[in-house]
Design a protein around this ligand. Structure first.
Ligand SMILES: [Zn+2]
Length: 62
């Protein structure tokens, strides 16, 4: 026989490992302002606006 694990992996440890198996891709929507993909309910990382308001200064203004 070849190499084998020394100990059985407990049900808890096995199931903890599998918690990562069903992690879904986050939902993305298009930004109303620039059209890039962004997370819903979050400021757009491209144009830095949310619901028509500038949250942080745009990159060009620096
Ligand atoms: Zn945007």
């Amino acid at each position: 026989m070849g190499a084998l694990p020394k100990r059985k992996i407990s049900k808890t440890r096995r199931d903890k490992r599998r918690t990562h198996h069903n992690i879904s891709v986050p939902t993305l929507i298009r930004c109303d302002n620039c059209g890039d993909m962004k997370l819903p309910h979050v400021m757009c990382p491209s144009c830095r606006q949310y619901r028509g308001r500038q949250i942080l200064p745009a990159f060009e203004e620096k």
